[in-house]
Design a protein around this ligand. Structure first.
Ligand code: NOJ
Length: 535
């Protein structure tokens, strides 16, 4: 039995990228009223919580990840009244709202930074990270910005450099300063007081940097053609031991309110990732597990990822899985259209909280962006090597009308060519579409306690078959996923007593009783229950 305060354990989270979800006022950019209009859709999909990428006032250098006011709403997205209406309407629809908290950096237009850069003795000087250059005038150390170039920007007014892990328009806050901590805690309380259900914390592993700002070591494994910031490791600029104290403090703020959740964005190897649950689980309840975003798409690799993750989880820690987000290529393009359905079954049958990225439920593809359509600052700074994130941020495809029902104007990013077929209206009308599959999977997950909370038990299987059981207190189910394109026959002994197909990714075998071996088509996944006849 899962306690109410732990609702997030069995929840399906859905990431809305607000700029691209639904435009209600005809400016080509999505907004809050648009999200309200689409709540019935989200309810019908069956998800439990919406995570909204940033909607706060911002010069939009990094499309909202450069915040100039933490407690406001950018007029592009609407008003505070509309936000309050969204929280209320979401609650009526049984949906929770998670906001994006971006505490590592602000916009350079944030009043805190405007003050900080004004003079060396400004009271807010130490809210950011200022250092003298090297004697030769160069930057204080060799740290690199993730978006290209040095991570240090010289500010002529005071002759010092400030640190920015991302764009120069995104100066890093100094989390060793208690006043910064208090200010962000108050931001959290502001939104929690308004009824939001938690935060996804941007680059949480970046918050604390080495106290001495030592040079980072070179990356001996750097591969030519990869983003330039990978030339050095981030030994001293991220994942410092003191970050866990900072996160535990944030968690205490979360715990001042009932039933809230702290989700951390963490791109780190597994053994480091799991430390973000914190000492005695005092950290994030959900440190995002991004391992499926870069997993080689074959059964043995994924089986190893799942087994390693399950075995490294700290005692009492709850797992989670993510298939896509606004920074990574679309899953349907990474694994292919056919396997996208298998990926959906994987995501929603593994043990742990699942996070869906908007549009993945309709199989949205990575869209090719012409050079003159590029909006992403990462692609602009580091062009031509495929780092651009615009292609996974294109407008949601609602229907076959102009602008896909997303807007009455030209959308801020181009639409996928296939939108006239691949859209919510069409796929909803097709009982075997990927959208129908997502709905069926989410509904089944809600129905079966063993899917929601049962233990994960891998079962040996040949070739490109991923086979596992989810074992609840009273019952178990079996999941068999064919990650290959060829048909495969699974011996009767592999599936044991589980002989009734509860769901196939093709949505055409429900209720079928397996007599001998289990025949799977290429790209087919099935969920098996114990049939009534099996005894
Ligand atoms: C991670 C966010 O997901 C990404 O979109 C953003 O550019 C960086 N953090 C900087 O905030």
């Amino acid at each position: 039995m899962i306690h109410k305060k732990d609702w997030w354990r069995h929840a399906v989270f859905y990431q809305v990228y607000p700029r691209s979800f639904q435009d209600s006022n005809g400016d080509g950019v999505g907004d809050i009223k648009g999200i309200i209009e689409r709540l019935p859709y989200l309810r019908s999909l069956g998800v439990d919580a919406l995570w909204l990428s940033p909607i706060f006032p911002s010069p939009m250098a990094d499309f909202g990840y450069d915040i100039s006011d933490y407690t406001g709403i950018d007029p592009l997205f609407g008003t505070m009244d509309e936000f309050d209406a969204l929280v209320l309407a979401a609650r009526h629809s049984g949906l929770k709202i998670i906001l994006d908290l971006v505490p590592n950096h602000t916009s350079d237009q944030h009043p805190w930074f405007v003050e900080s850069r004004a003079s060396r003795d400004n009271p807010k000087r130490d809210w950011y990270i200022w250092r003298d250059g090297k004697p030769d005038g160069g930057p204080p150390n060799n740290w690199l910005s993730e978006f290209g170039g040095s991570a240090w920007q010289k500010d002529e007014a005071t002759g010092q450099y400030y640190y920015h892990a991302f764009l120069a328009q995104q100066p890093d806050l100094n989390w060793r300063n208690d006043a910064v901590r208090t200010a962000i805690h108050d931001v959290m309380r502001f939104w929690l007081g308004k009824g939001v259900d938690g935060f996804r914390v941007d680059v949480i592993w970046h918050l604390i940097k080495d106290a001495e700002f030592r040079d980072n070591p070179a990356n001996p494994h750097y591969v030519e053609g990869r983003p330039p910031h990978e030339k050095i490791l981030t030994q001293y600029s991220t994942d410092q031991p003191e970050v866990h104290g900072v996160i535990a403090e944030m968690r205490r703020v979360i715990d001042e309110f009932d039933e809230r959740v702290l989700i951390g964005e963490v791109y780190l190897p597994l053994h480091r990732l799991v430390t973000y649950y914190g000492n005695e689980l005092s950290g994030a309840q959900i440190p995002f597990n991004f391992m499926l975003l870069s997993a080689p798409w074959n059964a043995r690799s994924i089986e190893k990822i799942v087994t390693d993750y399950e075995s490294e989880l700290p005692v009492g820690a709850w797992p989670n899985w993510v298939l896509g987000n606004h920074d990574r290529p679309r899953v349907a393009s990474r694994v292919g259209k056919e396997q996208a359905r298998v990926a959906a079954m994987l995501l929603l049958t593994l043990r742990g909280t699942a996070t869906l990225y908007y549009g993945d439920e309709i199989g949205m593809q990575q869209v090719a962006i012409a050079p003159d359509q590029v909006r992403d600052p990462f692609e602009k700074n580091v062009p031509g090597i495929g780092v651009g994130r615009d292609g996974c941020r294109t407008p949601m495809q609602w229907d076959a009308t102009t602008s896909a029902g997303f807007s009455t104007a030209k959308p801020w990013l181009p639409l996928a060519d296939d939108y006239t077929h691949e859209n919510v209206a069409n796929l909803d009308a097709d009982s075997r579409s990927i959208l129908s599959l997502y709905k069926a999977l989410i509904a089944l997950r809600r129905e079966l306690p063993e899917l929601m909370a049962g233990a994960y038990q891998p079962v040996a299987a040949p070739g490109d078959i991923l086979l596992y059981r989810r074992e609840g207190a009273d019952a178990a189910i079996v999941i068999a996923l064919n990650l290959g394109t060829e048909p495969v026959s699974l011996a009767s002994s592999s599936i044991g007593f589980w002989r009734e197909i509860l769901l196939s990714t093709f949505l055409d075998r429900e209720g079928e009783e397996i007599q001998g071996a289990l025949d799977l088509r290429g790209n087919e996944g099935v969920i098996l229950g114990r049939s009534a006849q099996a005894g």
